[in-house]
Design a protein around this ligand. Structure first.
Ligand code: GTP
Ligand code: MG
Length: 262
């Protein structure tokens, strides 16, 4: 045993060199082993959450880049907001329960695809498809699943474009492909979905049927307004005069001053 200047020899347990015995002097080895396994699992779970959180950052950056590109090239932002969330541990446990799966890290990574979620809100419907296509064609993105609830709305009226993508995340010792759920929708669709979501969490709502009917009606009206807004924007864009060479040059010059979103 080497002398430690901070612990004089007479104060140390000179019986053993085993540091574990110093930490848990009274603990039986089997109990210690179980504790160790539990701590390992907790640390691994925390690491897994960190990996999903990094995957969200990767995908979010991809949308930020597309928004900046559009801002500089066409002077408009297709994205009005981006929200992301990491599924809570309680929700992860509930979802595994509903699939009759035990709570293991392997099951989370193999069977749950919405641990990392990102919601992109746009002004116009055509931007949704443009963004979905731009994301899907990126070299490091693999689309695992796509659901077009805009062309095929849910019976309740829900509309959104859903994708499950796999993105590589580069860590110091390895690269992990992580699944991220992406929802792309218009401001109006988002408005509708947040109100409808409230209904799901209410146990007993009087006039439930009437509320469902009204929500379905709102969804139709929203879809019609979304379509009209897009058509109006197209008409405005098409009616713009054909610029002269001088105007094109001046317009290009003016883009230099556009602030790039950071
Ligand atoms: P989940 O098990 O709920 O994740 O559904 P799923 O695996 O069948 O996937 P889906 O793509 O249908 O839905 C994924 C997510 O989209 C949900 O977790 C909600 O956030 C959203 N979503 C889907 N349907 C509705 C709906 O009818 N209303 C609202 N408000 N949100 C919905
Ligand atoms: Mg979900």
């Amino acid at each position: 045993m080497t002398a430690n200047p901070f612990f004089p020899l007479d104060e140390m347990n000179t019986e053993s060199d085993d540091t574990t015995m110093m930490v848990f002097p009274q603990v039986d080895q089997s109990i210690y082993e179980r504790r160790r396994q539990m701590v390992d699992t907790v640390v691994d779970y925390k690491e897994m959450r960190m990996r999903y959180s990094c995957a969200i950052k990767e995908v979010r950056t991809k949308f930020d880049v597309l928004n900046s590109e559009f801002n500089v090239r066409y002077q408009r932002n297709p994205i009005t907001s981006i929200n992301s969330r990491l599924k809570s541990s309680t929700s992860i446990m509930r979802k595994l329960d509903s699939k009759e799966l035990s709570f293991t890290l392997e099951n989370v990574e193999k069977y749950l695809f919405d641990v990392a979620g990102i919601r992109v809100v746009c002004s116009y419907v055509d931007d949704i498809y443009m963004l979905a296509k731009a994301l899907a064609k990126q070299d490091d993105i693999t689309v695992l699943k796509e659901k077009d609830y805009i062309r095929n709305p849910k019976p309740n009226g829900y509309r959104s474009y859903h994708m499950i993508v796999s993105v590589p995340v580069f860590f110091s010792d390895r690269t992990k492909n992580m699944a991220v759920e992406v929802q792309i929708r218009t401001i109006a669709m988002d408005f509708w979905a947040s109100l409808e979501h409230q209904l799901k969490y209410k146990q007993e709502v009087p006039n439930q049927q009437e509320i469902v009917r009204q929500l379905s009606e709102c969804a139709e009206q929203i879809a019609s307004v979304d379509k009209q807004m897009w058509q109006v924007r197209q008409q405005i864009e098409m009616s713009e005069d054909i610029p002269t060479k001088e105007e094109i040059l001046l317009e290009k010059l003016s883009r230099i001053d556009i602030a790039i979103n950071e």
